[in-house]
Write a protein of this length. Structure first.
Length: 155
């Protein structure tokens, strides 16, 4: 299961104990914010896209959405989200638990600039009832991000 993969991943960094597992769902930004006890903007949502045959992850602030012209300018193609039934086969995590940790080999991860306005954000941890609180520097390090992008706009 994906939660266990993420727990093992963070155990390598002595960070496993920071993972929060909830009795209720945290599968959407709103539910995650309720479970964590924060504003929705502080939820770091991980979105899955296809660029040709290559899966790509973009982590954004919870109050943002992809800006198609910005995405196309950055990646030179239209934003094409991976359909929900294929996300797990491409990424290694099912929808609701997609995160930038312990993903399948070779998947690039980008962090959107919208996250930089916060000290701490809460991405999922591999399941639809988990999260981990990380500083922006920790998110960048543990996600092994390929870099920062500006591909979002406010909802």
């Amino acid at each position: 299961m994906s939660l266990e993969k993420v727990q093992e991943y963070f155990a390598n960094y002595q960070m496993k104990e920071k993972i929060m597992v909830f009795d209720q769902s945290s599968a959407t930004v709103e539910l995650a914010a309720q479970a964590v006890g924060c504003e929705p903007a502080h939820i770091a949502k991980t979105m899955s896209f296809l660029q040709g045959e290559q899966a790509v992850l973009i982590v954004t602030a919870g109050d943002m959405k992809i800006d198609n012209p910005k995405y196309k300018a950055r990646f030179h193609q239209k934003a094409k989200m991976i359909s929900g039934d294929l996300v797990e086969s491409y990424i290694g995590h099912a929808p609701g638990g997609v995160c930038p940790f312990a993903v399948k080999e070779g998947i690039p991860v980008y962090l959107d600039e919208s996250l930089k306005r916060f000290e701490t954000v809460y991405p999922a941890a591999g399941s639809g009832n988990s999260a981990i609180g990380l500083t922006i520097d920790e998110l960048e390090m543990y996600s092994k991000a390929n870099g920062w992008v500006d591909v979002c706009k406010s909802k």
